[in-house]
Design a protein around this ligand. Structure first.
Ligand code: IPM
Ligand code: SF4
Length: 479
């Protein structure tokens, strides 16, 4: 008897159902729980009030990232420096008290492993194929790059997982997003995901779990795949999976929290059974051609507002949907742009290379390759490089990337969310523009009145050295 072909999502789902309710709601076992300072305080508070413990502290890992300033954290003598903002200081102190009281593993503010929660999880081998992983954070979708069913949850769900290691969920529909062929020079994983969202729209994935497939996805490194899965949420999907393969296994082998010895072999045998079976059905399929994707960027205040760098600011009248027309008009006003302007004529005053989308070592290498031997342009007032974790930072320093950046006029910072969102001192001033490797370009995202253009690390580096949005292929003499 042959069994019914299943998708990767269905296999992970089936392996985690504890109990199936009559209405289809299931109690799902959660293998991994990441915790940060913003969405956990009330959850711990409520556990405390109800006299509960954390059920599996060994499956829970906490790290501060959002509020932590990215300037030096210790003085010359190694003493910890205070956090100036009282709210951030309190949030940090609260997380420290909670992890100590509930016995949770913690990479604190001055730990060498501290970093953005979605950079730390994969890097440590905490994120594993076939596992369920949650965090009180929408970009938990990133971990799907390793073949984990990973999604963001709200604070009440954080409490539920802390107390029970389970969640009540309904199974989602699935959407395959297949990117065929190969990518051209200067086109990165970030351009792929921007092109996808440009095509499917910011709400296109609503109600679906996405599985990214195709030759382009297979050819990406795990770091590139993390960039793609990270922005699943910007495309409306709560989770975005990529089937684990030899690239995934090679990435995970030997990571501190990955299984070892016989347990590794056992895990590997199961991981190899996870990819979607031939003949399994997705509810929807979207396809793109890799060769059609250019270095891309956003012009507006929604992540779906994507154009190739060779393009122009669109005319709102060109949108068939009246709601979209109004939104585009408003976006252009906020962004200070006029229809028909060439994207490459737009000057930028701020550069941000960082965030859980693009702050891993390969991102920094791609940016450094562009910056090497060049200088940050005069009109650029702030140019930040914020490594995603302490380990990324150290690796970059060992490779001399920090010197390439600082000699060019960039600031080399401590790990954290930084200028991705305005929850810490790193902000884009009102009315100024930023070429940013982050994932959200919402109104006010990088500070009140800040204007964000989402780009790849190479494109952010190109903008830094020219002072305007620039086609990295032209700068590198590749066309
Ligand atoms: C603060 C946090 C809850 C939020 C999220 O859920 O994504 C943040 O990380 C973001 O990127 O907007
Ligand atoms: S880097 Fe940005 S997107 Fe990622 S978790 Fe932090 S705030 Fe959210």
């Amino acid at each position: 008897m042959t069994s019914q072909p299943l998708t990767l999502y269905e296999k992970i789902w089936n392996a985690h159902v504890v109990e199936r309710g009559e209405d289809g709601t299931c109690l799902i076992y959660i293998d991994r729980h990441l915790v940060h300072e913003v969405t956990s305080p009330q959850a711990f508070e409520s556990l405390r009030a109800n006299g509960r413990r954390v059920r599996r502290p060994d499956l829970t890992l906490a790290v501060p990232d959002h509020n932590l300033p990215t300037t030096a954290r210790t003085d010359g003598a190694g003493n910890r420096l205070p956090i100036a903002d009282p709210e951030s200081a309190q949030q940090l102190a609260t997380l420290e008290r909670n992890v100590a009281e509930f016995g949770i593993d913690y990479f604190g503010a001055t730990s060498p492993e501290q970093g953005i929660v979605h950079v730390v999880g994969p890097e440590q081998g905490f994120t594993l194929p076939g596992s369920t992983l949650v965090c009180g954070d929408s970009h938990t979708s990133a971990h799907g790059a390793l073949g984990a069913l990973a999604f963001g949850i709200g604070t009440s769900e954080v409490e539920h997982v802390l107390a029970t290691q389970t969640l009540m969920l309904k199974q989602s529909k699935t959407m395959e997003i297949r990117v065929d062929g190969t990518l051209g020079y200067g086109v990165s994983a970030k351009d792929v995901v921007l092109a996808i969202i440009g095509k499917t729209g910011a709400a296109g994935g609503t109600g679906y779990v996405v599985e990214y497939t195709g030759e382009v996805i297979r050819s990406l490194s795990v770091e590139g795949r993390l960039t793609v899965s990270n922005m699943s949420i910007e495309g409306g999907a709560r989770a975005g999976l990529i089937a684990p393969d030899e690239t995934t296994f090679a990435y995970l082998k030997g990571r501190p929290m990955a299984p070892k010895g016989a347990q590794w072999e056992q895990a590997l045998a199961w991981w190899r059974t996870l990819p979607t079976d031939a003949g399994a059905c997705h509810d929807k399929v979207v396809t793109l051609q890799g060769s059609d994707i250019s270095p891309s960027l956003t012009w507006g205040t929604s992540p779906e507002d994507v154009v190739p760098i060779t393009g122009t600011v669109p005319n709102p009248e060109s949108f068939a949907d009246p709601a979209k027309r109004v939104a585009a008009q408003r976006s252009l006003e906020y962004m200070g742009l006029t229809p028909g302007m060439r994207m490459q004529d737009i000057a930028v005053e701020n550069i941000f290379i960082g965030s859980c989308t693009n702050s891993r070592i390969e991102d920094l290498r791609a940016a450094a390759a562009v910056v090497n031997g060049r200088r940050v342009a005069d009109g650029v007032r702030q140019a930040l490089i914020v490594p995603g974790s302490g380990l990324v930072k150290r690796q970059a320093e060992a490779e001399g990337l920090d010197r390439i950046f600082t000699q060019a006029g960039f600031e080399w910072r401590e790990p954290g969310c930084s200028m991705c969102l305005a929850m810490n001192p790193d902000k884009v001033p009102p009315g100024e523009r930023c070429a940013s490797t982050s994932n959200r370009n919402f109104v006010g995202r990088q500070g009140p009145g800040a204007r964000t253009h989402l780009v790849s690390p190479a494109m952010a580096a190109a903008a830094a050295v020219t002072g305007r949005l620039t086609d990295v292929r032209d700068l590198m003499g590749a066309r």
